[in-house]
Design a protein around this ligand. Structure first.
Ligand SMILES: NC(=O)c1ccc[n+]([C@@H]2O[C@H](COP(=O)([O-])OP(=O)(O)OC[C@H]3O[C@@H](n4cnc5c(N)ncnc54)[C@H](O)[C@@H]3O)[C@@H](O)[C@H]2O)c1
Ligand SMILES: [Zn+2]
Ligand SMILES: [Zn+2]
Length: 370
Protein backbone atom coordinates (compact mmCIF):
# COMPACT_ATOMS: atom_id res chain seq x y z
CA UNK A 1 0.00 0.00 0.00
CA UNK A 2 0.95 3.65 -0.23
CA UNK A 3 1.12 5.94 2.79
CA UNK A 4 3.00 9.05 3.97
CA UNK A 5 5.99 9.30 6.29
CA UNK A 6 8.61 11.79 7.48
CA UNK A 7 12.03 10.56 6.36
CA UNK A 8 15.51 11.70 7.31
CA UNK A 9 17.77 11.17 4.28
CA UNK A 10 20.89 12.89 5.63
CA UNK A 11 21.96 14.32 8.96
CA UNK A 12 21.41 18.06 9.52
CA UNK A 13 18.62 18.26 6.94
CA UNK A 14 14.86 18.71 7.53
CA UNK A 15 12.45 15.80 7.77
CA UNK A 16 11.02 15.10 4.32
CA UNK A 17 7.32 14.20 4.28
CA UNK A 18 6.63 12.03 1.27
CA UNK A 19 4.76 9.04 -0.08
CA UNK A 20 6.21 5.64 0.76
CA UNK A 21 5.46 2.09 -0.32
CA UNK A 22 4.55 -0.17 2.62
CA UNK A 23 4.60 -3.97 2.26
CA UNK A 24 2.07 -6.26 3.93
CA UNK A 25 2.95 -7.68 7.37
CA UNK A 26 4.87 -10.94 7.32
CA UNK A 27 5.40 -13.55 10.06
CA UNK A 28 4.90 -12.03 13.50
CA UNK A 29 4.21 -8.55 12.11
CA UNK A 30 1.36 -6.10 12.44
CA UNK A 31 0.09 -3.31 10.17
CA UNK A 32 -1.00 -0.35 12.29
CA UNK A 33 -2.81 2.84 11.30
CA UNK A 34 -1.04 5.30 13.56
CA UNK A 35 -3.28 7.88 15.23
CA UNK A 36 -0.70 10.06 16.99
CA UNK A 37 3.01 10.40 17.60
CA UNK A 38 4.87 12.34 20.26
CA UNK A 39 7.90 14.36 19.19
CA UNK A 40 10.67 13.22 21.55
CA UNK A 41 14.14 14.78 21.60
CA UNK A 42 15.66 11.39 20.72
CA UNK A 43 14.57 11.78 17.07
CA UNK A 44 16.45 15.09 17.02
CA UNK A 45 19.61 13.11 17.86
CA UNK A 46 19.19 11.35 14.50
CA UNK A 47 19.19 14.74 12.80
CA UNK A 48 22.33 15.96 14.60
CA UNK A 49 24.05 12.60 14.19
CA UNK A 50 24.50 12.18 17.96
CA UNK A 51 22.63 8.89 17.56
CA UNK A 52 24.21 7.36 14.44
CA UNK A 53 21.44 5.01 13.28
CA UNK A 54 21.49 3.93 9.62
CA UNK A 55 19.87 6.42 7.17
CA UNK A 56 17.50 6.90 5.43
CA UNK A 57 15.16 6.42 8.35
CA UNK A 58 11.51 7.11 9.17
CA UNK A 59 11.51 9.01 12.47
CA UNK A 60 9.30 8.61 15.49
CA UNK A 61 9.19 6.14 18.37
CA UNK A 62 6.35 7.44 20.57
CA UNK A 63 3.19 6.26 18.83
CA UNK A 64 -0.22 4.70 19.25
CA UNK A 65 -2.75 3.49 16.75
CA UNK A 66 -5.23 0.88 15.59
CA UNK A 67 -4.31 -2.54 14.21
CA UNK A 68 -5.44 -2.93 10.58
CA UNK A 69 -4.01 -6.33 9.70
CA UNK A 70 -1.94 -9.02 11.37
CA UNK A 71 0.59 -11.26 9.69
CA UNK A 72 0.86 -15.05 10.04
CA UNK A 73 1.48 -16.28 13.59
CA UNK A 74 0.09 -13.23 15.40
CA UNK A 75 -2.61 -14.68 17.63
CA UNK A 76 -3.13 -12.11 20.38
CA UNK A 77 -3.88 -9.05 18.26
CA UNK A 78 -6.62 -8.53 15.74
CA UNK A 79 -7.84 -5.73 13.47
CA UNK A 80 -9.45 -2.97 15.53
CA UNK A 81 -7.24 -3.45 18.60
CA UNK A 82 -5.64 -0.31 20.01
CA UNK A 83 -1.90 -0.46 20.62
CA UNK A 84 0.88 1.67 22.06
CA UNK A 85 4.34 0.89 20.73
CA UNK A 86 7.16 0.23 23.14
CA UNK A 87 10.32 1.91 21.84
CA UNK A 88 12.24 -1.19 22.87
CA UNK A 89 10.61 -4.44 21.74
CA UNK A 90 10.20 -7.18 24.32
CA UNK A 91 10.41 -10.84 23.37
CA UNK A 92 9.46 -12.18 26.80
CA UNK A 93 12.04 -14.93 26.50
CA UNK A 94 15.56 -13.47 26.75
CA UNK A 95 17.50 -13.18 30.01
CA UNK A 96 16.54 -9.51 30.45
CA UNK A 97 12.83 -10.00 29.71
CA UNK A 98 12.59 -13.07 31.92
CA UNK A 99 14.19 -11.28 34.86
CA UNK A 100 11.94 -8.22 34.75
CA UNK A 101 14.10 -5.95 32.62
CA UNK A 102 12.15 -5.78 29.37
CA UNK A 103 13.73 -2.38 28.68
CA UNK A 104 16.98 -4.28 28.01
CA UNK A 105 15.44 -7.01 25.78
CA UNK A 106 18.01 -8.60 23.47
CA UNK A 107 15.85 -7.57 20.50
CA UNK A 108 16.92 -3.99 21.28
CA UNK A 109 20.18 -4.87 19.53
CA UNK A 110 18.27 -4.39 16.23
CA UNK A 111 17.54 -0.73 16.96
CA UNK A 112 20.51 0.75 15.13
CA UNK A 113 19.78 -1.25 11.98
CA UNK A 114 16.07 -0.42 11.89
CA UNK A 115 15.00 -3.43 9.82
CA UNK A 116 12.25 -5.90 10.70
CA UNK A 117 13.00 -8.20 13.63
CA UNK A 118 11.46 -11.21 11.87
CA UNK A 119 13.85 -11.48 8.91
CA UNK A 120 16.09 -8.40 8.82
CA UNK A 121 14.47 -6.92 5.70
CA UNK A 122 12.54 -3.67 5.18
CA UNK A 123 8.77 -3.26 4.66
CA UNK A 124 9.07 0.51 4.05
CA UNK A 125 10.47 1.91 0.80
CA UNK A 126 10.78 5.26 -0.97
CA UNK A 127 12.64 6.55 -4.04
CA UNK A 128 13.65 2.94 -4.76
CA UNK A 129 15.43 2.55 -1.41
CA UNK A 130 14.71 0.56 1.74
CA UNK A 131 13.94 2.72 4.78
CA UNK A 132 15.00 2.12 8.36
CA UNK A 133 12.63 2.69 11.27
CA UNK A 134 13.47 4.71 14.38
CA UNK A 135 13.39 2.19 17.24
CA UNK A 136 11.92 -0.37 14.80
CA UNK A 137 8.70 1.72 14.72
CA UNK A 138 8.77 4.79 12.45
CA UNK A 139 5.80 6.57 14.02
CA UNK A 140 6.20 9.74 11.94
CA UNK A 141 3.93 8.03 9.39
CA UNK A 142 0.27 7.39 8.84
CA UNK A 143 0.80 3.61 8.79
CA UNK A 144 3.61 1.28 9.77
CA UNK A 145 4.43 -2.41 9.93
CA UNK A 146 6.14 -3.49 13.14
CA UNK A 147 6.90 -6.72 14.97
CA UNK A 148 4.37 -7.87 17.57
CA UNK A 149 7.16 -7.60 20.16
CA UNK A 150 6.82 -3.79 19.87
CA UNK A 151 3.04 -3.74 20.51
CA UNK A 152 1.24 -3.30 23.80
CA UNK A 153 -2.55 -3.66 23.64
CA UNK A 154 -4.52 -0.99 25.49
CA UNK A 155 -8.19 -0.33 26.25
CA UNK A 156 -10.11 1.49 23.53
CA UNK A 157 -11.46 4.33 25.64
CA UNK A 158 -8.05 5.94 26.24
CA UNK A 159 -7.48 8.75 23.70
CA UNK A 160 -4.66 7.68 21.38
CA UNK A 161 -3.47 11.31 21.25
CA UNK A 162 -2.43 10.89 24.91
CA UNK A 163 -1.71 7.15 24.97
CA UNK A 164 1.11 7.65 22.45
CA UNK A 165 3.14 9.46 25.13
CA UNK A 166 3.38 6.20 27.08
CA UNK A 167 5.49 4.70 24.32
CA UNK A 168 8.48 6.71 25.50
CA UNK A 169 8.32 9.99 27.42
CA UNK A 170 5.97 9.14 30.27
CA UNK A 171 7.43 5.75 31.17
CA UNK A 172 10.99 7.01 30.67
CA UNK A 173 10.58 10.05 32.91
CA UNK A 174 8.33 8.46 35.52
CA UNK A 175 10.50 5.34 35.72
CA UNK A 176 13.70 7.40 35.94
CA UNK A 177 12.35 8.78 39.21
CA UNK A 178 10.48 5.73 40.54
CA UNK A 179 12.73 2.86 39.43
CA UNK A 180 16.16 4.19 38.47
CA UNK A 181 16.36 6.85 41.19
CA UNK A 182 14.35 4.66 43.58
CA UNK A 183 12.75 7.78 45.06
CA UNK A 184 11.81 7.20 48.70
CA UNK A 185 9.20 9.06 50.76
CA UNK A 186 10.84 12.18 52.12
CA UNK A 187 13.63 12.33 49.51
CA UNK A 188 14.87 15.52 47.92
CA UNK A 189 14.94 14.96 44.14
CA UNK A 190 16.48 17.21 41.50
CA UNK A 191 15.35 17.01 37.87
CA UNK A 192 17.67 18.74 35.38
CA UNK A 193 15.81 19.67 32.15
CA UNK A 194 12.02 20.05 31.93
CA UNK A 195 10.92 18.60 28.60
CA UNK A 196 8.71 15.58 27.98
CA UNK A 197 11.05 13.37 30.00
CA UNK A 198 11.77 15.76 32.87
CA UNK A 199 8.09 16.67 33.37
CA UNK A 200 7.35 12.99 33.91
CA UNK A 201 10.34 12.53 36.21
CA UNK A 202 8.79 15.30 38.33
CA UNK A 203 5.42 13.50 38.31
CA UNK A 204 7.09 10.21 39.26
CA UNK A 205 9.14 11.73 42.08
CA UNK A 206 6.05 13.41 43.50
CA UNK A 207 3.96 10.23 43.35
CA UNK A 208 6.77 8.24 45.01
CA UNK A 209 6.63 10.60 47.98
CA UNK A 210 9.50 13.02 47.49
CA UNK A 211 9.50 15.82 50.05
CA UNK A 212 11.00 18.28 47.60
CA UNK A 213 11.21 18.12 43.83
CA UNK A 214 13.63 20.72 42.53
CA UNK A 215 13.43 21.39 38.79
CA UNK A 216 16.28 23.04 36.89
CA UNK A 217 15.83 24.56 33.43
CA UNK A 218 17.21 27.78 31.88
CA UNK A 219 13.78 28.62 30.42
CA UNK A 220 11.22 30.40 32.56
CA UNK A 221 8.21 28.81 30.83
CA UNK A 222 9.66 25.37 31.64
CA UNK A 223 10.17 26.29 35.28
CA UNK A 224 6.54 27.43 35.48
CA UNK A 225 5.35 24.17 33.93
CA UNK A 226 7.54 22.22 36.35
CA UNK A 227 5.56 23.68 39.25
CA UNK A 228 2.31 22.53 37.59
CA UNK A 229 3.64 18.96 37.43
CA UNK A 230 4.59 18.95 41.10
CA UNK A 231 7.97 20.65 41.51
CA UNK A 232 8.36 22.47 44.82
CA UNK A 233 11.31 24.70 43.81
CA UNK A 234 13.04 25.71 40.58
CA UNK A 235 16.41 27.11 39.51
CA UNK A 236 17.71 28.26 36.11
CA UNK A 237 20.98 26.28 36.29
CA UNK A 238 22.83 23.70 38.37
CA UNK A 239 25.37 26.37 39.32
CA UNK A 240 22.64 28.62 40.66
CA UNK A 241 21.00 25.68 42.45
CA UNK A 242 24.01 24.67 44.59
CA UNK A 243 23.55 27.22 47.34
CA UNK A 244 19.75 27.03 47.24
CA UNK A 245 19.75 23.25 47.62
CA UNK A 246 22.33 23.49 50.40
CA UNK A 247 20.06 25.95 52.24
CA UNK A 248 16.93 23.82 51.69
CA UNK A 249 18.58 20.60 52.88
CA UNK A 250 20.70 21.93 55.77
CA UNK A 251 23.76 21.20 53.69
CA UNK A 252 22.98 17.52 53.05
CA UNK A 253 22.04 18.09 49.35
CA UNK A 254 19.73 16.01 47.09
CA UNK A 255 19.24 12.28 47.50
CA UNK A 256 18.88 11.80 43.74
CA UNK A 257 19.62 13.96 40.70
CA UNK A 258 17.93 12.96 37.42
CA UNK A 259 19.50 14.22 34.20
CA UNK A 260 16.89 14.92 31.48
CA UNK A 261 18.47 17.72 29.43
CA UNK A 262 17.87 17.82 25.67
CA UNK A 263 21.36 16.50 24.93
CA UNK A 264 23.59 14.96 27.59
CA UNK A 265 26.94 16.64 28.19
CA UNK A 266 29.74 14.84 30.00
CA UNK A 267 31.32 18.10 31.09
CA UNK A 268 28.41 18.93 33.44
CA UNK A 269 28.36 15.67 35.40
CA UNK A 270 30.64 17.07 38.11
CA UNK A 271 28.01 19.76 38.73
CA UNK A 272 25.31 17.11 39.03
CA UNK A 273 27.46 15.19 41.52
CA UNK A 274 27.97 18.39 43.49
CA UNK A 275 24.18 18.61 43.98
CA UNK A 276 24.07 15.03 45.27
CA UNK A 277 24.07 13.92 48.93
CA UNK A 278 26.28 11.30 50.56
CA UNK A 279 25.20 7.90 49.15
CA UNK A 280 23.13 9.86 46.64
CA UNK A 281 22.62 8.89 43.02
CA UNK A 282 22.84 10.65 39.66
CA UNK A 283 20.53 9.04 37.08
CA UNK A 284 21.63 9.67 33.49
CA UNK A 285 18.52 9.44 31.33
CA UNK A 286 19.38 12.08 28.73
CA UNK A 287 21.20 10.70 25.70
CA UNK A 288 24.80 11.82 25.21
CA UNK A 289 26.39 11.87 21.74
CA UNK A 290 27.39 8.27 20.96
CA UNK A 291 30.93 9.48 20.25
CA UNK A 292 31.41 11.14 23.67
CA UNK A 293 34.02 9.23 25.67
CA UNK A 294 34.64 11.52 28.64
CA UNK A 295 32.74 12.94 31.57
CA UNK A 296 33.96 15.23 34.34
CA UNK A 297 33.58 13.71 37.79
CA UNK A 298 35.39 14.30 41.01
CA UNK A 299 36.31 10.68 41.70
CA UNK A 300 37.59 11.56 45.19
CA UNK A 301 34.10 12.87 46.01
CA UNK A 302 32.52 9.80 44.38
CA UNK A 303 34.45 7.36 46.58
CA UNK A 304 34.50 9.25 49.86
CA UNK A 305 30.80 10.15 49.71
CA UNK A 306 29.79 6.80 48.17
CA UNK A 307 27.94 8.51 45.35
CA UNK A 308 26.52 6.57 42.38
CA UNK A 309 26.10 7.36 38.70
CA UNK A 310 23.65 5.10 36.86
CA UNK A 311 22.22 5.05 33.34
CA UNK A 312 18.54 4.48 32.69
CA UNK A 313 16.81 3.26 29.52
CA UNK A 314 13.01 3.44 29.17
CA UNK A 315 12.85 4.47 32.82
CA UNK A 316 14.36 1.09 33.75
CA UNK A 317 10.79 -0.18 33.42
CA UNK A 318 8.95 -3.03 31.74
CA UNK A 319 6.88 -1.73 28.82
CA UNK A 320 4.33 -4.57 29.06
CA UNK A 321 3.78 -3.87 32.74
CA UNK A 322 4.38 -0.16 33.05
CA UNK A 323 2.42 1.16 30.06
CA UNK A 324 -0.86 -0.39 31.32
CA UNK A 325 0.02 0.62 34.87
CA UNK A 326 0.51 4.26 33.94
CA UNK A 327 -2.71 4.26 31.92
CA UNK A 328 -4.38 3.18 35.17
CA UNK A 329 -2.76 6.09 37.03
CA UNK A 330 -3.99 8.46 34.29
CA UNK A 331 -7.52 7.09 34.68
CA UNK A 332 -7.38 7.76 38.42
CA UNK A 333 -6.04 11.28 37.90
CA UNK A 334 -2.71 10.45 39.53
CA UNK A 335 -0.61 11.36 36.52
CA UNK A 336 -1.35 14.13 34.06
CA UNK A 337 -1.01 13.33 30.37
CA UNK A 338 -3.15 16.18 29.03
CA UNK A 339 -0.95 18.99 30.31
CA UNK A 340 2.12 17.35 28.72
CA UNK A 341 0.84 18.18 25.23
CA UNK A 342 1.73 21.80 24.56
CA UNK A 343 0.74 21.79 20.90
CA UNK A 344 -0.68 19.45 18.28
CA UNK A 345 0.71 19.30 14.73
CA UNK A 346 -0.06 17.54 11.46
CA UNK A 347 2.47 15.19 9.85
CA UNK A 348 3.29 17.94 7.35
CA UNK A 349 4.20 20.23 10.28
CA UNK A 350 6.92 17.91 11.62
CA UNK A 351 9.71 20.44 11.06
CA UNK A 352 7.70 23.23 12.68
CA UNK A 353 7.17 20.96 15.68
CA UNK A 354 10.91 20.33 16.01
CA UNK A 355 11.64 24.06 15.63
CA UNK A 356 9.32 24.61 18.59
CA UNK A 357 11.08 21.86 20.57
CA UNK A 358 14.50 23.38 19.85
CA UNK A 359 13.36 26.81 20.98
CA UNK A 360 11.92 25.33 24.17
CA UNK A 361 8.25 26.12 23.54
CA UNK A 362 6.97 22.60 24.10
CA UNK A 363 6.81 20.18 26.94
CA UNK A 364 5.68 17.78 24.20
CA UNK A 365 4.52 18.36 20.66
CA UNK A 366 2.24 15.62 19.33
CA UNK A 367 1.41 14.93 15.71
CA UNK A 368 -2.18 13.86 15.14
CA UNK A 369 -2.94 11.95 11.94
CA UNK A 370 -6.42 11.76 10.51
N1 LIG B 1 17.15 7.02 28.33
C1 LIG B 1 16.03 6.90 27.65
O1 LIG B 1 15.40 5.86 27.62
C2 LIG B 1 15.48 8.10 26.92
C3 LIG B 1 14.21 8.05 26.34
C4 LIG B 1 13.70 9.19 25.75
C5 LIG B 1 14.44 10.35 25.68
N2 LIG B 1 15.68 10.35 26.21
C6 LIG B 1 16.51 11.54 26.21
O2 LIG B 1 16.10 12.40 27.25
C7 LIG B 1 16.50 13.73 26.93
C8 LIG B 1 15.34 14.68 27.13
O3 LIG B 1 14.36 14.45 26.13
P1 LIG B 1 13.10 15.44 26.00
O4 LIG B 1 12.28 14.90 24.88
O5 LIG B 1 12.49 15.66 27.31
O6 LIG B 1 13.84 16.79 25.52
P2 LIG B 1 13.28 18.30 25.41
O7 LIG B 1 14.07 18.97 24.38
O8 LIG B 1 11.79 18.26 25.29
O9 LIG B 1 13.60 18.93 26.85
C9 LIG B 1 14.90 19.15 27.28
C10 LIG B 1 14.89 20.28 28.30
O10 LIG B 1 16.24 20.42 28.80
C11 LIG B 1 16.47 21.79 29.02
N3 LIG B 1 17.92 22.02 29.10
C12 LIG B 1 18.81 22.12 28.08
N4 LIG B 1 20.04 22.36 28.57
C13 LIG B 1 19.93 22.41 29.94
C14 LIG B 1 20.85 22.63 31.00
N5 LIG B 1 22.14 22.82 30.77
N6 LIG B 1 20.38 22.61 32.26
C15 LIG B 1 19.05 22.41 32.53
N7 LIG B 1 18.15 22.20 31.55
C16 LIG B 1 18.58 22.19 30.27
C17 LIG B 1 15.79 22.47 27.84
O11 LIG B 1 15.54 23.83 28.11
C18 LIG B 1 14.51 21.65 27.73
O12 LIG B 1 13.46 22.21 28.50
C19 LIG B 1 17.03 13.66 25.49
O13 LIG B 1 18.44 13.53 25.52
C20 LIG B 1 16.40 12.39 24.98
O14 LIG B 1 17.11 11.85 23.89
C21 LIG B 1 16.20 9.25 26.84
ZN1 LIG C 1 11.77 9.10 23.24
ZN1 LIG D 1 13.60 -10.10 25.48
Amino acid sequence: MKTQAAILWETNTPWSVEEIELDAPRNGEVLVKIAASGMCHSDEHLVTGDVPFALPIIGGHEGAGVVEEVGPGVTWLQPGDHVVFGFIPSCGRCASCSTGHQNLCDLGAQLGVGRQISDGTARHHARGEDLGLMCLLGTFARHTVVHEASCIKIEKDIPLSRACLLGCGVVTGWGSAVYAADTQPGDTIVVVGVGGIGANAIQGAKLAGAKRVIAIDPLENKREKAMEFGATHTFPSMTEAVQGIADLTWGTMANKVIMTMGAGDGSVLSEALALTAKRGRVVVTNIHPASEMTASMNMFDLTLMEKQVVGSLFGSGNPRYDIPKLIGLYREGQIDLDNLVTKEYTLEQVNEGYDDMRSGKNIRGVMIYD
